[in-house]
Design a protein around this ligand. Structure first.
Ligand SMILES: C[S@@+](CC[C@H](N)C(=O)[O-])C[C@H]1O[C@@H](n2cnc3c(N)ncnc32)[C@H](O)[C@@H]1O
Length: 275
């Protein structure tokens, strides 16, 4: 359960303001939003919740060949994918605004928010499929194990340039620097809080730095399909990108078993010459 944007607290009211701001203004970055609404990106606004390596393999249907490619993980947060793929000799970089904090800060925030996340999950159990993950308690074990692996790797990984503090829709990487860019549980999940335009800009930027982009899931918080899928497809198709929705061997959010796959095609190559 990702509750970073879920509570109906003053946060809800605040987000209503953010929503109106997003609709009115031309595509602010997350830090501009934080600035406008005095939401400085402080630790108390972060709810770190990270998935395991195995979940990433199944969410994105990653093959051995995929795992040998140069991978960028956008919004990886405290997931263990980077740590575990790096341990296996893979090439992966993660970018996320929470990487401005250090390992102790993120660790203490995980400890502070864990029970809240678990309570929220218990309250919303009906929204999830309890087979691969059989219970709320087992979910807690899987996620805490994954986050512990991330925390153990974070300082060295940051030193090695594998964890970069930054945010969509602008990426501090060279054009074509990666083969595959992933977004798990950020784009589309927060469709109520991030505009269609934000999604388009974020996907274009991911396609500037990587030949292929995969996004999972295609559902919003609460479980309904994101209204932004058709918009981004309409905008990207004329530019020659191949866009597919593919079934994957993973389902925790009910109905959340598909990913979006966008690839630069030759025409896209000719068009912007960046691939
Ligand atoms: C729900 S978590 C998902 C973490 C991980 N991808 C996973 O599946 O376990 C969403 C992540 O998106 C990050 N995030 C928020 N705004 C972002 C932005 N503009 N660009 C990239 N990541 C962002 C948050 O800090 C958080 O770590």
């Amino acid at each position: 359960m990702d509750i970073a944007f879920a509570g109906k607290s003053s946060l809800g009211v605040l987000l209503r303001g953010v929503w109106d701001y997003l609709r009115e203004s031309s595509l602010p970055t997350t830090s501009q939003i934080h600035e406008k609404f005095d939401m400085s990106f402080t630790l108390d606004k972060v709810v770190p919740w990270g998935r395991s390596y195995d979940e990433y393999l199944r969410m994105f249907a990653l093959t051995e060949n995929d795992l040998s490619r140069r991978i960028l993980g956008c919004g990886d947060g405290p997931a263990s994918f980077n740590a575990e793929l790096s341990q296996r000799g893979g090439q992966v970089v993660s970018i996320d605004p929470i990487y401005v904090f250090d390992v102790d800060q993120i660790n203490s925030r995980i400890a502070e928010t864990y029970e809240t996340v678990m309570a929220q999950t218990r309250n919303n159990q009906h929204e999830f499929v309890w087979d691969a993950i059989s219970s709320v308690e087992e979910l807690g074990r899987i996620r805490m194990t994954a986050m512990a692996i991330f925390l153990k790797d974070f300082a060295a990984g940051k030193q090695a340039g594998r964890y970069i503090a930054g945010e969509l829709p602008s990426l501090p990487f060279a054009t074509g620097q990666f083969d595959l860019a992933l977004s798990s549980h950020f784009l589309f999940l927060y469709s109520e809080h991030l505009s269609a335009e934000f999604h388009l800009q974020a996907l274009r930027e991911m396609l500037r730095v990587a030949q292929e982009v995969r996004v999972f899931p295609l559902l919003m918080l609460g479980g309904s399909p994101s209204p932004h899928i058709s918009f981004v497809k309409e905008q990207l198709a004329p530019d020659g990108f191949s866009i597919k929705i593919e079934r994957v061997p993973y389902e925790f959010q009910k109905g959340g078993n598909e990913m979006l796959v966008v690839k630069a095609s030759n025409m896209a190559f000719k068009r912007d010459g960046t691939h």
